[in-house]
Design a protein around this ligand. Structure first.
Ligand code: GDP
Length: 312
């Protein structure tokens, strides 16, 4: 493929696909639009977990075995915190902390999140364009059987145990797409727009909730292809399947296709799952991404489906 590719993504699951794309395309042709609904303030620091996951993954700094954080991380700050009897439910490694401190400092001086993110990417020589969905704060809030919870309270502190009744994206109504987001989607050189196999409810819906992004996806000439996060009737990790069951949905690619109806033009599903409604064009592949070659294979399968469907 000679065109550019835009990918909407959350953290770990999505970063796998973006890394796969970077194996088969030159990095400067890839624009990742990243969920910031998980962003939060902790000890006065601004933490952007999904952006950092992308930065660590693409720069080879991610701890792949652990599934989050940095490779070779040290933990002096956490030990010092514990010695002071401070809350320790959110792990902050020493290297990770450097990003949070620099980001918080830059934001306090009036810099935009998109500029700070571009600065980190440039420092690590990353050519992939990593854009937050918005420079304005958007917070994912879950209404659960244990009351209203912020995303990190639900995801990290309570390990996704509460039953979720509703999810809202506070601030999304007045947020604007970050600079470059709409241009990348609408760029005539963009040949494919991918929705990574990220959590549809917690990672992709916040991006689609920023006014203007869903409309740009419909107006784009490039086809929009989602990669199903479901493999063999289960999520690979995280609460996607649990959230689907709590909504009364079957844990199937067909339910993913229905969730994205009106947004996507095609869905890449795993060969272990039953084919979905023929109304949503789909392709089948082994979508489990364990190795780097797997990541490249899934990225190629998604781009092949986009090429098969062609411009809208
Ligand atoms: P988080 O922000 O770190 O929770 O990660 P994401 O929202 O980006 O991704 C979580 C989703 O990725 C889960 O629903 C997983 O099922 C999905 N996922 C993770 N690894 C894979 C994989 O190898 N293949 C597919 N198809 N989905 C995956």
């Amino acid at each position: 493929m000679t065109g550019r590719v835009v990918v909407l993504t959350g953290g770990v699951g999505g970063a796998k696909l973006v890394l796969g794309l970077a194996q088969i395309l030159s990095a400067e042709k890839i624009t990742a639009i990243v969920n910031t609904g998980d962003d939060f303030q902790h000890f006065g620091l601004h933490i952007s977990p999904d952006i950092d996951t992308l930065l660590y993954t693409l720069s080879g700094r991610a701890n792949i075995a652990q599934g989050w954080g940095r490779e070779g991380e040290s933990w002096s700050f956490m030990s010092a915190l514990r010695s002071l009897a401070a809350e320790d439910w959110f792990q902050l490694g020493d290297g990770d902390l450097a990003l949070h401190v620099l980001r918080s400092h830059a934001l306090a001086q009036g810099h935009a999140l998109s500029n700070v993110t571009a600065g980190f990417a440039a420092a690590w020589n990353l050519q992939t364009h990593i854009l937050p969905m918005s420079d304005q704060p958007v917070s994912t809030i879950l209404t659960t059987n244990e009351g209203e919870l912020g995303f990190q309270d639900y995801f990290v502190r309570l390990r996704c145990a509460p039953k979720v009744n509703a999810i809202r994206f506070q601030g999304a109504g007045t947020a604007k797409p970050a600079p470059g987001v709409l241009d990348a989607i609408l760029d005539a050189r963009t040949a494919a727009i991918l929705i990574a196999p990220s959590n549809p409810f917690l990672s992709i819906d916040p991006i689609l909730a920023v006014p203007g992004i869903a409309a740009a996806l419909s107006a784009a000439s490039a086809p929009v292809i989602a990669v199903s996060p479901i493999i063999g009737g289960q999520a690979v990790k995280g609460p996607t399947a649990k959230l689907m069951r709590e909504r009364g949905l079957a844990v199937t690619p067909a339910a993913i296709a229905a969730h994205y109806a009106g947004v996507i033009n095609g869905l890449l599903i795993d060969w272990r799952d039953a084919p979905c409604d023929p109304q949503c064009p789909f392709a089948t592949a082994d979508t489990l991404m364990v190795s780097l070659a797997d990541r490249a294979r899934v990225a190629k399968a998604a781009l092949d489906l986009a090429a098969r469907l062609g411009a809208k």
